[in-house]
Structures are given as structure tokens and as C-alpha cells.
Design a binder for this molecule. Structure first.
Ligand code: SAM
Ligand code: SF4
Length: 481
């Protein structure tokens, strides 16, 4: 039976997990005739895939719903329907409240239920009232979704390996919105990665709220950790790069650390959130590690893979954070030195233990001043890290066209954005690039091997391509911060 074509617009907020989920929602809706659209205007269905991690993130959703209402009314005036759905963590946390504040919303569903989307859409289309689904179903959505890799994701793809979190940091909503920790089976992950690689993917990022707590069933019937899973994935021919995010320091075990020294495809860049450098605040956050535990883990990682770079997340202004606590955070940043990092002002999330901590709350101004100090230090470190790469050759995976004609954009091993003059046929390839320009947030360079440029391998000793003089002039434009 032919299905009529309909336009689907998904707006994604928040983390990479949400980006991944949005892709899977599109996969689930494709058989119903929904095709991706670039904008909400004129769409038959709009899904806001939301983030609840900070207050600002959820307020943005309500403003967007207000704007969508007008577009929905315009469509209705033309005798057509626009289904509006709210998915993700705001949906999970606020459920019925969304319908009360925005009655024009047709569906509200949490992150664990999107495999049930076809049924929800049918109910929303037929029914008069809105559909709310914020269950944590007993069946795993992963067993019921179409296979990952069915739709080609491009050279760099996400693979969800773990969901949920059992850590209960006192500031965080994730354990409440995403539920308990769950790991997919290694066989499922290996199979899907093989399929993706056959479809042209050369880099995968293993995703999980707490990805290094991965403990999935291996094909041998034993429980595999993330290190073991990575070693097996590295055996897949054609898979050039493996990354994983986001990790918790407590779950950084020796096997995973040693994988960094042994698996060349595992990129020398780890996002390892620490949140604070003060043991007192780390305890109040229920992080289950001290600042020195974190320093030791970083040392071990760098021993295993010299040159490994780090990024992290920091929260400033947690309730009770004194000037000394904050100074300890700046000290930790100075000791570790980061290639990049994210930092946030503490935002009280309803229902979390920290939201009830009344003692020592900081004013917005104090939080802002601390955030600025942390960001200045982190930006200085990022600039220094980037500057240190000037003149070096970095392997870049080109995954998109640049703004200028004849320019491609890609990522270095350290996740920096890199631009270079390069022909389109290098899209989807990992190519050596000499870094000729650096800025605060990105690099510019020249392609330095003829291997991929001319399609002929110039092998050096040990079967590695040898670098020969550049034959493509890079765009030397100096980027500004
Ligand atoms: N699982 C990761 C970990 O253990 O650090 C983090 C996941 S969370 C989605 C991403 C980041 O958001 C956290 O690392 C934290 O820095 C920040 N975050 C979470 N809750 C927050 C809050 N209530 N206020 C400010 N930042 C918050
Ligand atoms: Fe949130 Fe902590 Fe779990 Fe990370 S480890 S998702 S910060 S509760």
C-alpha cells in the first residue's frame, strides 16, 4: 500500500544522545511516510526533542511551542493538520504539565518510548485529546527499533551502547528522566557497526549517559566492559576511528585505560567530566571520587597513551561552594590542562537533592563571575593546545563541505574542527593535514599526502602512507576566535 508523503521536522536540544534519538525517531516514522524537512514551516509533524539538564534549556521549549502554535493555526486555516510533539527529557519530567501549559501539543513522550511512535501517532491523529507516554516500558526500545545503520549516517556516526544512569549526582535530572542504567548486547552493537561501516561510516562515537559503565552481554555469554567492546570493534575492517562519550571517572577501569595504549583506532581524546576540584563539593554532589582520584586517572590515561588530550564539564556555584572550593577547581584545571571543556552555572533542577540545599546558595552575579573566571582559564588552555599543533600533521576525517568553494571541513583526532582546500572526493576519508593556521576554536591546514588525493597509495615503511610534499594549497586564511 502506498503511503502518502508527509514532512517531519525534528528540532533537537541538548546532548549527543538527543541527536542520536532524533535520528532514530526519523527512522521509526519513515515507514509511515514522514520525510525529514529542514524547517517547521509547512511540516505535517514537528517534534521538539528536548533537554531538561538546565532550567534555560526547558524554558526554551515553551517559547518554541508558542511560536509553533501560530504555524499550526495557519495550517489549520488551510484545512491541514500539523501534529506537534514534545519528546526527550522535558517530556519525561513534565509530562501532563506540558499539555496544561500548551494544550495545542498532540503528543508528549519520554526517551524510552519512541519505538512506540507509530501507535502514538495513530492515536493522536484519531483522538481528540493529547497522547502522553512517559513510561519506562519493560521491553527494550533497542530490540524493537529498526536496525541501526539501516539509514546511512555518513562518515561519522553515533552508536548508542548504554542508556540511563544509576549514579544520582545530587544536581542531575538524568537518573529521573532517562531511568536506570541499561547496556545493549555486544553482538547487537558489533552487528550494527559492521552494517554502518559497509554503508561508508569510518568513525563511530559510542554513546551513553555513562558510557564507560557499559556492561553488556558478550557473544561468549560473559559481561563485557567498554574496553573489551572497543577492542572487538577495532577488528572491523574499514573502521578507522572509535570515540566514546560521556564517561564518569569512577567507571574508568584499567582495561579501558590500557585500550588507549593498545587500540590505534581509539582516538587520543577523552571527555571526562569532573564538575569541581573541591573534595567537599564533590562529596556534596555525590560524585563518588575525589579531585586526586581524578588526577590519578588522568595520569594513568596519559601514561597509557602519551599525548592524550582531555576535555571536561564543570559546574560553578553549586550550593555551598566557597571561594576556597572554587580556587580548588581552578587549581585542578591548571594541573590537568584541557584541550577543550564545557562549563555551566549551577541550575537547580526540581526534584533533585541539590535543589533542596538551602545553605550557601550563591547569587547569580557570584555564579557569573566564577563562570567567567573558569571560562577564561579554559579558553587560554584551549588556545595553547591549538597553538601547539601548528606545523604538525594531523589525521583529519573530512565529513562536510566548507563555506568557501573547494574547501572541506573535518575533525582532528582531538575533535577540533579543521578546514582545508580539498577535492570533494576526499569527503568521508581520513587524510593527513599539515596545520598551518590556528584559532581559539578551530584549525586550518594543507592536505599533505597524494595517497587520497590521487587515489594511489604511497606506502612508507610498515604499510603506512608516507607524507610527501603538499600538492594542494590550503586556504591560509587566518581564522578569528
Ligand atoms: N554523565 C555525565 C557525567 O557524569 O558528568 C554528564 C551528563 S550531563 C547530561 C552533562 C553536563 O551537564 C554535566 O556533566 C554537568 O556539568 C551539567 N549539568 C548537569 N546538571 C546540571 C545542573 N543542575 N546545573 C548545571 N549544570 C548541570
Ligand atoms: Fe547525571 Fe551524574 Fe549520572 Fe552524569 S553520572 S548522568 S552527572 S547523575
Amino acid at each position: 500500500m502506498a503511503t502518502s508523503r508527509k514532512k517531519l521536522f525534528i528540532k533537537t536540544y541538548g546532548c549527543q544522545m538527543n541527536v542520536y534519538d532524533s535520528g532514530r525517531m526519523a527512522d521509526v516514522l519513515a515507514p509511515l511516510g514522514y520525510e525529514p524537512a529542514e524547517e517547521a514551516e509547512g511540516a505535517d509533524m514537528v517534534i521538539l526533542n528536548t533537554c531538561h539538564i538546565r532550567e534555560k534549556a526547558s524554558e526554551k521549549v515553551y517559547s518554541e511551542l508558542g511560536r509553533l502554535r501560530l504555524q499550526q493555526q495557519e495550517k489549520a486555516a488551510a484545512g491541514e493538520r500539523m501534529i506537534i510533539a514534545v519528546a526527550g527529557c522535558v517530556a519525561q519530567a513534565e509530562g501532563a504539565e506540558i499539555m496544561a501549559r500548551a494544550p495545542h501539543v498532540d503528543m508528549v513522550f519520554g526517551p524510552q518510548t519512541y519505538h512506540q511512535l507509530p501507535e502514538m501517532v495513530t492515536r493522536a491523529v484519531r483522538g481528540a485529546g493529547g497522547v502522553i507516554n512517559t513510561d519506562f516500558p519493560v521491553e527494550s526500545k533497542f530490540d524493537l527499533l529498526p536496525g541501526e545503520g539501516a539509514t546511512p549516517q555518513g562518515p561519522s556516526a553515533f552508536v548508542s551502547v548504554q542508556e540511563g544512569c544509576d549514579k544520582f549526582c545530587t544536581f542531575c535530572v538524568v537518573p529521573y528522566t532517562r531511568g536506570a542504567e541499561y547496556s545493549r548486547s555486544a553482538a547487537q552493537i558489533l552487528e550494527e557497526t559492521r552494517r554502518m561501516v559497509a554503508n561508508g561510516t569510518v568513525e563511530i562515537t559510542l554513546l551513553g549517559q555513562n558510557v564507560n559503565a557499559y556492561h553488556g552481554e558478550g557473544p561468549d555469554g560473559r559481561t563485557w566492559g567498554l574496553g573489551r567492546l572497543i577492542r572487538e570493534l577495532a577488528e572491523i575492517d574499514g573502521l578507522r576511528r572509535i570515540r566514546y562519550t560521556t564517561s564518569h571517572p569512577r567507571d574508568m577501569d584499567d582495561d579501558l585505560i590500557s585500550a588507549h595504549g593498545q587500540v590505534p583506532q581509539l582516538m587520543p581524546f577523552v571527555h571526562l567530566p569532573v564538575q569541581s576540584g573541591s573534595d567537599r563539593i564533590l562529596a556534596a554532589m555525590n560524585r563518588k571520587h575525589t579531585a586526586d582520584d581524578y588526577r590519578r586517572i588522568v595520569d594513568k590515561l596519559r601514561d597509557a597513551r602519551p599525548g592524550l588530550a582531555l576535555s571536561s564539564d564543570f559546574i560553578v556555584g553549586f550550593p555551598g561552594e566557597t571561594a576556597e572550593d572554587f580556587a580548588a577547581t581552578l587549581r585542578l584545571i591548571t594541573d590537568v590542562t584541557y584541550a577543550s571543556a564545557y562549563s555551566f552555572k549551577y541550575s537547580a533542577r526540581p526534584g533533585t537533592p541539590a535543589a533542596a540545599m538551602a545553605e550557601g546558595r550563591l547569587t547569580e552575579d557570584d555564579k557569573s563571575a566564577r563562570l567567567e573566571a573558569v571560562q577564561n582559564l579554559l579558553a587560554e588552555q584551549q588556545r595553547a593546545f591549538n597553538a601547539g599543533l601548528l606545523g604538525t600533521v594531523q589525521e583529519v576525517l573530512f565529513d562536510r563541505r566548507g563555506k568557501l568553494p573547494g574547501q572541506l571541513l573535518g575533525r582532528s583526532p582531538y575533535m577540533q574542527s579543521v578546514h582545508a582546500a580539498a577535492p570533494d572526493r576526499l569527503l568521508g576519508q581520513v587524510v593527513p593535514v599539515r596545520v598551518t593556521a590556528v584559532s581559539a576554536s578551530s584549525l586550518g591546514g594543507e592536505v599533505v599526502t597524494t595517497e587520497s588525493v590521487h587515489g594511489e597509495a604511497q606506502q612508507g615503511a610498515g604499510g603506512r602512507p608516507s607524507f610527501i610534499s603538499p600538492d594542494i594549497k590550503a586556504n591560509h586564511q587566518e581564522m578569528t576566535a
